[in-house]
Design a protein around this ligand. Sequence first.
Ligand SMILES: [Zn+2]
Length: 333
Amino acid sequence: MLGSPEAQAIHEAHPAIDLHADTLMWARWIGYDLHKAHEPPLPRAALGGHVDVPRMREGGMGAQFFGLVSLPLADRVRGMARVVHEQIDQLDAQIARKPDGLRLVRTADEVDACRRDDVMGALLGIEGAHALEGDLDNVDAFARRGVRYIGLLHFSANEAGFPAYGRGRDDATGLTPWGFELVRRCEAARVIVDLAHINKRGFLDACRIATKPPMVSHTGVLGAFEHWRNIDDEQLRAVADKGGCVGVIFCPRFVGGDGLAPVVKHMLHILDVVGEEGAALGSDWDGFIVPTNDLKDPRGLPLLTDALLEAGVSEAAIGKILRGNAMRVLAEC
Ligand SMILES: [Zn+2]
């Protein structure tokens, strides 16, 4: 494992949970094998090939939230819900092949059981409510298959609301009536509401009516770097007020530079504004991004832990960033 003995000990005590990686999209497209250790094909330009079980182990991880992606234009014919089911099929098949390596988990207790049994946890989240195809019953159908969060938006307007950026953008309009209904339905089904990619109006609408902690699975923060992809302090407070947490993305374009320092800067801003209960990991590995240097794949996580220690963040707070905050939201939803 990379990193100092101190960092390694922190990961030992708090095996990391990352809130968003799109690895199953690659599994569905090219048969990407989660059990095999990969080297990214190009050192600087790999848009995928970041996450696999051997490298999660080396990075001191305990579980990964896998994002389930469907693309409204490309997948309309096939059916967007179908495309999501196919990614879950992929995971199920890979787990069946090697159940001692990876396990589908739903609850905080099940994530803890993985640690006891020395197996990696796979959690599921959907990226964009268009995958529901306008049918709220699909929330329950996906929850039955293990989905623990639903991101209301992705890169295009859908039945629930409007994206922060992308097709059909409308900054003046918040959640639709169906979007409000969806938030309630998610909470009833123990599905976490994920507010990555949604516009500010919709974001604040969802937080206002939330009775369970929401999540922002992968984002930067405007207080650390000005970019349309990032959320402001009002949004940070709205999530934290409901007990939620925010995963910091590892994409240099959104955090404002390469290397660990910009990621740490975003973490510190979250700690500053809402405290240590608010920050988490939101890599976006395998999500068509080139991850920042030193965090090209999970093996770099202990280096991030060292950088946080150097920045004066306490071990207890780092434990919450790596694992505790995600576990709290899982347990409370
Ligand atoms: Zn995304």
